[in-house]
Design a protein around this ligand. Structure first.
Ligand SMILES: [Cu+2]
Length: 120
């Protein structure tokens, strides 16, 4: 768990560095590449577990899911998005969210909040 979080932090930091280095001509953050979040589902536990992740308005979010059973991820945006995944590795894309605010990304199977997207 701790190791996964550290890996996630490193990943997010390197993504931030990458996007800071590339295409700085445009101040429009929606031009940034997708935010990548690694999600691991194992039994009745899921990682991450309710952390806040900042994304830009309109920025896509790629969920790189590794799961031991198929399931559905529910994104409480407007309109809502439901993303099905299979057992094994899959990448799910959350379409860019146009309204600033906090959006819960949940697993209803496990009754857990995976991340809260802070759209700004
Ligand atoms: Cu939900």
């Amino acid at each position: 768990m701790r190791r996964t979080l550290a890996a996630l932090a490193v990943l997010l930091t390197s993504l931030a560095t990458l996007s800071a280095c590339g295409g700085s001509d445009s101040p429009d953050e929606s031009d940034a590449g997708p935010k990548v979040i690694e999600v691991t589902v194992k039994g009745d536990s899921i990682t991450p577990n309710g952390e806040r992740v900042q994304v830009a308005v309109g920025q896509e979010v790629d969920l790189e899911v590794t799961a031991d059973a198929p399931g559905t991820i529910h994104v409480h945006s407007t309109p809502e998005q439901e993303l099905d995944y299979d057992a094994g590795d899959s990448t799910l894309t959350i379409e860019g969210i146009d309204t600033p605010g906090v959006v819960d990304v949940e697993s209803h199977e496990l009754d857990k909040v995976i991340v809260q997207l802070e759209v700004r």
